[in-house]
Design a protein around this ligand. Structure first.
Ligand code: UDP
Length: 455
């Protein structure tokens, strides 16, 4: 009976068009569809992301509607984009809802990215209900929440910040929008905006798992109805319960899959340092050079993702000079790489998706955060989850080749590497258990779906 009714319960999921937001929303959609909801993920015409292969393999549908924006969305025009989105998207959504209702599949509920909190009013305006989906961890969200509630103010005073249910945080551990006020005012607005109506929705979904952030999740759950549902990694890498869920099925760039795989296959277990700074970070030329020589000096094999626009920043002849030790690619199939037995550590910017992927796949990290939430994620990687080390920058804000070499060696084979590896195994197990049958995230998803079905 529940299955039959579930088939009729149709929900929309609405991400914002950035890889780090679409991937988790897509995975959440697949999980909800596996629990008998009918799910349509809504993308927008300006999104550069192409969703591959979903038609044949996925349990969810995709609809693309207009957001009225002609340009590519970048950090520089993000504010302009969100304003345009806010005006045009609800109009396009109205037409989509009408079309779906006409086709006999009316929508009942909307899950939307937490960066567009006004979607709740839009949904309610259409007579529906909605829930935000937070794609960042609560370690980070809670800091914004406290800032929004006046517990933290500009300029942040003292060298250590004490917040409820959080470890003591240095200024460098805070998200950069708070430790460096004025650096990206529109981004700060956008992250704080997530809390503008936080007490209104009946559910707040988030991409983390209870065991990873128990203290802060329990604290925040006493303020608002948060439900951890992560990690949103394809099922193949965790519980293997969803068929055909081997991949996100969507990518900003074309991964050099065969090249990476062939190269990794020829290497010994845990002998390779995988290096990637995600889809957005643009490092300075001097910093790129330090990483390059740090990798060379460490003398481990390395697989380094250098996106095409960044390539010119590599030292001259670097790939040729280091071809016996290293492979530089423009984009990798990151999950496959992290799951490969030859990978021994991940030099990462600590973007939340990369961090969750490394935690879920049991890969030790060398954290080299750049901005936004990465600084806080790096703090937790080093001090709370104890799955890696964080490099420190010098007075010129450069992480030197020596520092990179030392941290890589420490994580790969140093005194504390055994402890780190034990911890990565622990988190890997807990991540899988959380999403597997009866785990904390699975229970939250079930409860959410049950309430939607009965509501
Ligand atoms: N990624 C990938 N190939 C690469 C580098 C990254 O597929 O060569 C994926 C990675 O698996 C992750 C996402 O891109 O899912 C990056 O997200 P994250 O939140 O770590 O960083 P952002 O790109 O948002 O800075």
């Amino acid at each position: 009976m529940e299955e039959e009714r579930g088939k009729e319960t149709h929900i929309l999921t609405i991400p914002i068009p950035a890889q780090g937001h679409v991937n988790p929303m897509l995975q959440l959609s697949k999980r909800l569809a596996s629990k008998r909801l009918k799910v349509t993920l809504v993308t927008t015409t300006s999104s550069p992301l192409t969703i591959r292969d979903l038609a044949e393999t996925s349990s969810i549908k995709i609809e693309t509607i207009s957001d009225g924006f002609d340009a590519l969305v970048t950090l520089e025009n993000f504010d302009e984009y969100i304003e345009c989105f806010r005006v045009v998207f609800p109009q396009s959504l109205a037409k989509l809802l009408e079309k779906l209702a006409y086709s006999g599949s009316p929508v009942k509920f909307i899950v939307y990215d937490s960066h567009i909190p006004w979607m709740l009013d839009v949904a309610r305006g259409f007579g529906l209900d909605g829930a935000p989906f937070f794609t960042q961890p609560w370690a980070v969200n809670a800091i914004y929440y406290h800032f929004d509630h006046g517990k933290l103010q500009f300029p942040v005073k003292g060298s250590v910040v004490s917040l409820p249910s959080m470890p003591p945080l240095g200024i460098d551990d805070l998200p950069s929008f708070i430790s460096e006020p004025g650096s990206y005012p529109s981004c700060l607005n956008s992250v704080l905006n997530q809390f503008s109506n936080i007490h209104e929705p009946k559910w707040i979904l988030c991409n983390t798992f209870l065991e990873l952030e128990e203290k802060v999740v329990n604290f925040m759950a006493s303020k608002c109805p948060i439900k951890t549902i992560g990690p949103t990694i394809p099922s193949f890498y965790l519980d293997k319960r969803l068929q055909n869920d081997n991949d996100y099925g969507l990518s900003l760039f074309k991964p050099m899959t065969e090249t990476c795989k062939t190269w990794l296959d020829s290497k010994e277990i845990h002998s390779v340092v995988y290096v990637s700074f995600g889809s957005l970070a643009a490092l300075g030329e001097e910093q790129m050079e330090e990483i390059a020589w740090g990798l060379k000096k460490s003398n481990f094999f390395f697989l380094w993702v250098v996106r095409e626009p960044e390539f010119a920043k590599l030292p001259r002849n670097f790939p040729e000079e280091t071809f016996e030790k290293g492979l530089v690619v423009s984009w990798s199939p990151q999950l496959e790489v992290l799951a490969h037995k030859s990978v021994g550590c991940f030099l990462t910017h600590c973007g939340w998706n990369s961090t969750l992927e490394a935690l879920s796949l049991g890969v030790p990290m060398v954290a080299m955060p750049q901005w936004t939430d990465q600084t806080t994620n790096a703090k937790f990687v080093e001090d709370v989850w104890q799955v890696g080390f964080r490099v420190r920058a010098n007075e010129k804000m450069i992480v030197t080749r020596e520092e990179i070499e030392i941290c890589i060696k420490e994580v790969m084979e140093g005194e504390r590497s055994n402890n780190i590896r034990r911890n990565t195994e622990k988190w890997k197990k807990l991540a899988k258990e959380a999403i597997d049958e009866g785990g904390s995230s699975d229970k939250n998803l079930k409860e959410f779906v049950t309430q939607l079905l009965s509501g």
